[in-house]
Design a protein around this ligand. Structure first.
Ligand code: SAH
Length: 269
């Protein structure tokens, strides 16, 4: 028998932020491998009795692949729980390749990324009409080198929303990149530590000029999302360009315009 190995996004930390599908897989899993350092252990709270549960924090990639392979010979459903969404800064491909080579079927269930949980924590929108319509997920260079053209100064030159992963200990590099791209010293920034973790989430707001100092004061040194965006704080803006989708002059598939179109009304966004 060969079971299927499911790579399941466990979400950002709150055990309730796993998807319904992910939870159902955990509930019928014969074996679960989870990432000890970040996935809240509570994500395994729905595991059935007798389920083989292992923490991958002390394993090498080869050992993880070997463990998953061995479990797939014994169980129909094997789950690898990844933090947030498996497509972002995980080891999905490295683990899928040996399973492919061994002929073990693989499926992926998406998860709520910590980027989205951080926006939720701060009641922020990454996109706003006429402010920015683009989001970049990136990091600054640590031990993993950045490919050519992807240094923060280049990406930040778009002045769109930047969700910067894996970089809380490298805030000086984040600042340098934003400055090189011409971001103002009073540009708002948001750092969310342990977004969605019950009782542990911490929100630090500041500007390009003072965010590092504020993080230092709040003792935020790990597991944090760094966000720079021209949309930050929009909740308190007195004026806002409203989304045209809800403009009375805007006709779309589900609603007819109740007012004459304004010359600026764009096509269906
Ligand atoms: N696949 C994950 C990212 C894994 S990389 C996802 O989609 O979220 C690990 C980095 O993600 C951390 O360095 C941090 O920048 C971010 N991160 C993970 N969980 C977080 C959380 N609960 N709050 C804030 N940042 C988090």
């Amino acid at each position: 028998m060969t079971g299927t190995v499911w790579f399941v996004g466990a979400g950002p930390g709150d055990p309730e932020l796993i998807t319904v599908k992910g939870r159902a897989l955990v509930e019928r899993a014969g074996a679960i491998l989870f990432a000890g350092s970040l996935v809240n252990e509570a994500a395994t709270r729905w595991a059935p009795p007798g389920c083989a549960i292992a923490d991958s924090k002390d394993m090498t990639l080869d050992q993880m692949a070997a463990w998953l392979l061995a479990q797939a010979q014994r169980h129909e459903t094997v789950v690898r729980l990844q933090t947030g969404d498996p497509a972002l800064y995980g080891t999905l491909i490295e683990m899928v390749q040996p399973l492919d080579a061994a002929g073990v079927p693989v499926r992926v269930v998406p998860g709520v990324s910590s980027a989205m949980a951080s926006a939720a924590a701060g009641v922020e929108s990454f996109t706003l009409p006429e402010v920015t319509q683009s989001v970049i997920f990136t990091r600054v260079e640590g031990r993993t080198p950045m490919p050519p053209g992807e240094d923060l100064a280049a990406l930040a030159s778009h002045h769109c929303t930047l969700c910067i992963f894996l970089s809380i200990t490298l805030l000086h590099k984040v600042e340098a990149g934003l400055r090189a791209a011409g971001w103002a010293e009073d540009a708002p920034m948001l750092v969310v530590h342990k977004a969605s973790w019950p009782g542990e989430e911490l929100i630090v707001r500041g500007t390009l000029a003072d965010i590092r100092q504020r993080c230092r004061e709040a003792k935020v040194v790990s597991q944090s999302m760094v966000i720079a965006s021209p949309t930050l704080g929009a909740r308190h803006w007195p004026t806002l360009a409203k989304s045209r989708l809800y403009d009375p002059s805007f006709t779309h598939r589900f609603r007819r315009a109740s007012a004459p179109a304004t010359p600026t009304a764009p096509e269906f966004p």
